[in-house]
Design a protein around this ligand. Structure first.
Ligand SMILES: Nc1ncnc2c1ncn2[C@@H]1O[C@H](COP(=O)(O)OP(=O)(O)O)[C@@H](O)[C@H]1O
Ligand SMILES: Nc1ccn([C@H]2C[C@H](O)[C@@H](COP(=O)(O)OP(=O)(O)O)O2)c(=O)n1
Length: 233
């Protein structure tokens, strides 16, 4: 093991939008009794606060100032987790498509990545955590004991998002939703700082034709083997 951590190992789950990171991280954390850190929610909180403050997505000085005064926390609420930005519950407000696209833009800015990198390392250092995002296994915790790169075809990821939006009563079409997924992939993969890419030592899982339970079984067995607990069967 690369480091002695007080509470257990660090599990990194990276991958593109709609691959199933949030769903799987939540379930795996429950199975292992680990803490779940949704780093996308942290970037989303910065995006929301920058929009409210009228800070442009390329205003690095403004974004740096904003991050200096921002505290993001997660609090458990029954089965789910609330996201607090300076104490305010922003869990719902950060989940719109508009904030998703804005987040993709501001998360490319160096001061934002630096500020959140420090926060994420502090949150995960003791282990016993699963962090999900785009650069956990490559940048935030390159020494994480277990790394997954979860993906699925853009069509399938767009279809999943479309079903979520339709359930919320959103009018978006399937074609538009797939196009937005592809646009976000290009922004996240093409940026200069901490682009989305698979860590060399990550286990790649393509969930296009797998159910959530099937992906969960692969992940849980992989982590338990790493913990020396053998196959869960
Ligand atoms: N393997 C899967 N099969 C079918 N639907 C899935 C699968 N994984 C995730 N989903 C669904 O796809 C949507 C997006 O998943 P989510 O966990 O939010 O992805 P991400 O965090 O990677 O953006 C959710 O509605 C989720 O229930
Ligand atoms: N570790 C991370 C997590 C998210 N981001 C960026 C890239 C994404 O487009 C946005 C939103 O991420 P989020 O995981 O919430 O988005 P999805 O739920 O996958 O659609 O944030 C990042 O750059 N680095």
């Amino acid at each position: 093991m690369s480091a002695v951590r007080t509470n257990g190992v660090i599990v990194a789950i990276d991958g593109p939008s709609g691959a199933g990171k949030s769903s799987l991280t939540k379930l795996l954390a429950q199975r292992l009794g680990y803490i779940h850190i949704d780093t996308g929610a942290m970037f989303r909180a910065v995006a929301l606060m920058s929009k409210r403050a009228g800070i442009a997505s390329d205003d690095d000085a403004g974004l740096a100032e904003l991050c200096r005064g921002l505290e993001v926390n997660f609090v458990r609420d029954g089965d789910s987790c609330r996201v607090l930005a300076n104490g305010e519950d922003v869990s719902r407000e950060i989940r719109t498509e508009e904030i998703g696209l804005l987040t993709s833009a501001i998360s490319a800015r160096k001061p934002v990545r630096e500020a959140l990198l420090t926060m994420q390392r502090a949150m995960g250092a003791k282990g016993g955590v699963i962090l999900e995002g785009r650069d956990i296994g490559t940048v935030v915790f390159p020494d994480a004991e277990v790394k997954f790169f979860l993906s699925a075809s853009a069509e399938e990821r767009g279809r999943r998002r479309y079903l979520e939006l339709a359930a919320r009563g959103d009018q978006a079409t399937l074609e538009e939703t797939i196009a937005k997924v592809i646009q976000r992939d290009q922004q996240d993969e093409g940026r200069e700082h901490a682009p989305l890419r698979q860590a060399e030592d990550a286990l790649a899982i393509d969930s296009t034709t797998l159910s959530i339970d099937e992906v969960l079984a692969v992940m849980e067995n992989t982590v338990r083997k790493r913990l020396g607990q053998g196959d869960k069967g």
